[in-house]
Design a protein around this ligand. Structure first.
Ligand code: CP
Length: 301
């Protein structure tokens, strides 16, 4: 495996994480980008599962960096003729691509790609990992609170199917924050400490709502949308009990009126669209790293 691959958060040391966040912040401040020699960087985006944010913020990041980008469509490729994932990725390596970004519904699909030499960036694997989402969450929290240590983060909803919950838990705990989980009992996950939802709302610095992942077999368990919102969602009443400084996050896509009242998606405390902007920035830093460019130095303008 290439050392610049990013498959899961445990691939990154704490120092690596802060380097990526630092690069992302510099990308934001400079707006017009760094003159990185990336004109000959060929990158392919292989999305085997639906995506809006991750797919197109990677593409936006790549294009802004000057990469040449191929957008792979599985449905019109030789995957329909029985080509394996390994053979698809090996093909991109063989024909000159320098990096692939992959989203796939299979947990840890990358285990079958150990012999690939070019860097692989994981854009989400089943219920497993979503490292670029985790990094954009970390950037959002860091920008808000100036630290990733000592934060109290409540993640609530469909925990059992969530790769975001898994990646964020691993990284935040390692960086010194406390993460608690809430939601229907059926979606609890072993090793994920729970907390009463309404107590958590008053406790948390960050309230992160999760979507019910119907594509992975989750359902509202007989409840109507309104009943779910009332019992497990972020209502205006619950919003009014959040701490003054606390923020709402959501990896999105949002199912308005189910896990969150539609009017709260752009409420004062919401950072949902800020997260998406930060996603483009951290993905610039991830692609820069994948092509072997060292982190920008402290203070570099
Ligand atoms: N948060 C996230 O992964 O969104 P997409 O599925 O739209 O990429």
């Amino acid at each position: 495996m290439n050392p610049y691959s990013l498959l899961k958060m445990s691939d990154l040391s704490n120092e690596d994480i802060f380097s990526i966040l630092h690069d992302a912040k510099l990308f934001d401040n400079s707006r017009k980008d760094w003159q990185l020699p990336m004109q000959n960087a060929l990158v392919a985006n292989l999305f085997f599962e639906a995506s809006t944010r991750t797919h197109f913020s990677f593409e936006s990041a790549q294009l802004q960096l000057g990469c040449k980008v191929a957008d792979f469509q599985a449905g019109s490729s030789s995957v329909t003729k029985g080509e394996t994932l390994y053979d698809t990725v090996k093909t991109f390596e063989s024909i000159g691509y320098g990096c692939v970004v992959i989203r796939h519904s299979q947990d840890e699909y990358f285990e079958q790609l150990k012999d690939i030499r070019i860097p692989i960036v994981n854009a989400g694997d089943g219920k497993g990992n979503h490292p670029s989402q985790c990094l954009l969450d970390l950037l959002t929290f860091y920008n808000e609170f100036g630290t990733l240590s000592g934060l109290k983060v409540l993640i609530t909803g469909d925990i059992s199917h969530s790769r975001v919950a898994a990646s964020d838990k691993e990284a935040l705990e390692r960086l010194g924050s406390t993460v608690r989980f809430a939601g229907p009992k059926e979606w609890e996950r072993e090793g994920y400490p729970t907390m009463d939802f309404d107590e958590g709302i008053q406790w948390a610095d960050v309230v992160m709502m999760l979507r019910i992942q119907k594509e992975r077999g989750a359902s509202l368990q007989g409840m109507s949308d309104g009943e779910y919102l009332e019992k497990y969602g972020l209502t205006k009443e619950r919003y009014s009990h959040m701490q003054d400084h606390a923020i709402i996050c959501h990896p999105a896509p949002v199912n308005r009126g189910i896990e969150i009242d539609s009017d709260l998606v752009e409420a004062e405390k919401s950072r949902i669209f800020t997260q998406m902007h930060n996603g483009m920035l951290v993905r610039k830093a991830i692609i820069k790293r994948a092509f072997g460019f060292a982190p920008f130095e402290e203070g570099q303008k």
